[in-house]
Design a binder for this molecule. Structure first.
Ligand code: ZN
Length: 284
């Protein structure tokens, strides 16, 4: 017995070290595979990149959705003024207005396309002329809060509603219009709590997320255009009845390549509409 045991001890140790070696090798291989996958995503798999990204305004993009509930009909049938089909695109611009707004508005005007702007209070104060212009030209007014700081915006049960109320007041002081259309910074998931949602609803605010994340804030180049077209194709294939709401930002590169994006969307047969308070919002 003793002799057998003696023989087993080194053999067990060897087995154990082999097993550890194998696990380590597997982990290293998985890590390498995961890294190369992440690098490829920027070009090939935008949906996965968006879903895993920790950056701003991307937390919920292209998340698996309940297609049975979030159909176009559910969102838009109550609004008879609009002709919403599965070929309707909603362009949305966050974080403005800015020195770039006029350029965005020029492009939209040239293409006779209307968009929705979710604007920040301090930016509105800084660029009131741009806000007046976009309002006059028929674009949709929306609110994006004051601080755009996750820790501050989502800090207390009333902080989101308070920021939106202040933003609403600032926007109304420029346009005369009190909008309740809202997009919370970084999207509603995972930061907005049930209590905060209830407070917003109590005050009549309707918050919207998105289904296509252009990643324009990250690319700051023409790359956001194929990104949108790729994600649009994924959406068309997987969830054709999902509203096509594109998240973009009021910034120079976005304005620069917006004409190219709109031209390509039109060539594919898409038309454009704005969001409004009568629609059932898309919330992730
Ligand atoms: Zn934002």
């Amino acid at each position: 017995m003793q002799r057998v045991k003696k023989k087993q001890t080194p053999s067990n140790t060897m087995l154990l070290s082999k097993a550890i070696g194998f696990v380590l090798l597997t982990l290293i291989l998985f890590f390498i595979w995961d890294m190369s996958k992440t690098n490829m995503q920027a070009a090939d798999q935008p949906a996965k990149l968006s879903a895993s990204s920790q950056f701003r305004d991307t937390s919920t993009s292209m998340k698996a959705k309940d297609a049975s509930r979030k159909t176009l009909d559910a969102h838009f049938k109550i609004n008879s003024d609009k002709h919403i089909t599965d070929q309707t695109i909603f362009l949305t611009f966050d974080d403005g207005p800015s020195a770039t707004s006029n350029q965005l508005l020029d492009v939209l005007k040239a293409h006779q396309v209307k968009a929705t702007f979710f604007m920040l209070g301090p930016q509105i104060k800084e660029h009131p002329a741009a806000v007046k212009r976009l309002h006059q030209e028929g674009h949709q007014l929306g609110l994006h809060g004051i601080t755009h700081d996750v820790k501050r915006f989502y800090q207390k049960k009333d902080s989101p509603v308070n920021e939106m109320k202040e933003d609403q007041r600032i926007l109304a002081s420029v346009t005369g219009e009190y909008t309740h259309l809202v997009r919370t910074p970084y999207g509603s998931t995972p930061n907005l709590t049930d209590q905060q949602k209830a407070r917003l609803k109590q005050k009549g605010f309707v918050y919207w997320d998105w289904t296509i994340d252009s990643l324009d804030w990250k690319y700051k180049s023409s790359k956001y255009v194929p990104e949108v077209l790729n994600q649009l194709q994924v959406l068309e294939t997987k969830n054709p009845k999902e509203p096509k709401i594109i998240l973009m930002h009021d910034q120079p590169a976005t304005a620069k390549y917006l004409s190219s994006l709109i031209t390509q969307l039109k060539a594919k047969g898409y038309t454009f509409e704005v969001l409004d308070e009568t629609m059932k919002p898309l919330q992730q």
